[in-house]
Design a protein around this ligand. Structure first.
Ligand code: PGH
Ligand code: CA
Ligand code: NA
Ligand code: ZN
Length: 305
């Protein structure tokens, strides 16, 4: 069933598990994520970025909202990294039940003002809001505290930010970053900082840049002919610990992309004569579904629907 993001995330934070927000750009990703959620009896968040909405248009947004309504588990349809008030309005008009306004690159007062404006519009139509404070950046552990404070989320600021904006959940910067190159080896995650934020912010917390970029998947991508450098993702233990400290929404995009692309390359390499898209998009869809199912096991959302 189609529900708001807060409905899913409030329960997750209270009961100490995480829910995946999986970025989808096409039919196969949508089907993979929803089938995984139903098989795992897990709530799930379908995340569409502005780029996804541009790429997929009404075909994608209609599919996402209608399939969410028909799903046998709770599903929220979420605008990922909304960059403007107008973009949020387009998502609201498309029937989304969760929207992110990402003004974390602006100064504090601008972020508060713009987020507040989106909260008013979204709440007026029963949709819940994700905001962001802090700059996603891989941070070496030994980086000076004031430099970390300039980039990562400041706990006291977070409390004031949530009180002044009325946002429903908060994306925090604690050392993760988007994409396949999150740091050298095991990225440093500032759990102490997360603990302080969680004590001051009772709302569900969101972790961006949370893909694992697992070595076996990177290897498979390379072996199929893909080119990728020194890739590194977030260690499963750091995900589990972050969830135990208050992270309720975990954004995963890169892992799905790597799996989908590796399987397509493999299928095309294996049978150069093949030109039926279903023969290479189908196995790729299955691979994405398996990644999503294993992420749900790591997050603890299996059986929570
Ligand atoms: O934060 C993400 C995805 O992060 P990854 O690149 O780690 O999958 N989407 O908003
Ligand atoms: Ca941001
Ligand atoms: Na988001
Ligand atoms: Zn993100």
């Amino acid at each position: 069933m189609l529900v708001t993001g807060l409905e899913i995330l409030k329960k997750a934070r209270e009961e100490g598990y995480g829910v995946g927000a999986f970025n989808v750009n096409n039919m196969e990703f949508l089907q993979a994520v929803l089938e995984a959620a139903e098989e795992q009896r897990s709530p799930v968040i379908l995340a569409l970025s502005e780029g996804a909405m541009k790429y997929g248009g009404r075909a994608l947004t209609l599919m996402a909202v209608e399939l969410a309504k028909e799903a046998r588990v709770p599903v929220a349809v979420h605008l990922d990294h909304g960059s403007s008030y107008e973009s949020v309005l387009r998502a609201l008009r498309a029937g989304f039940t969760s929207v992110m306004i990402d003004k974390s690159h602006e100064d504090f007062e601008t972020n508060v003002r713009e987020t507040r404006r989106v909260v008013e519009a979204a709440h007026a139509v029963g949709v819940t809001v994700e905001a962001e404070l802090g700059r996603l950046a891989g941070i070496e552990e030994h980086v000076a505290v004031d430099e970390k404070d300039a980039l990562l989320t400041n706990p006291e600021e977070a409390r004031i930010f949530m009180e002044r904006t009325g946002a429903d959940y908060l994306a925090v910067a604690i050392g993760t970053s988007h994409g396949a190159y999150k740091g050298k080896g095991r990225p440093f995650i500032d759990h102490a900082r997360l603990e302080r934020i969680a004590r001051l912010v009772p709302a569900p917390l969101v972790l961006h840049g949370a893909s694992a970029v697992p070595p076996e998947l990177v290897e498979r991508f390379r072996a199929s002919g893909g080119e990728i450098g020194e890739a590194a993702g977030i260690h499963p233990e750091d995900i589990r610990k972050a969830i135990s400290l208050g992270i309720a929404k975990i954004n995963t995009d890169t892992d799905l992309r790597l799996a989908f692309t590796a399987l397509i390359r493999e299928a095309l390499n294996k049978n150069p004569k093949e030109f039926d898209p279903r023969k290479y998009l189908g196995p790729a869809r299955e691979a994405v579904k398996e990644v999503v199912k294993s992420r749900m096991e790591l997050f603890g959302s299996v059986g929570r629907a």
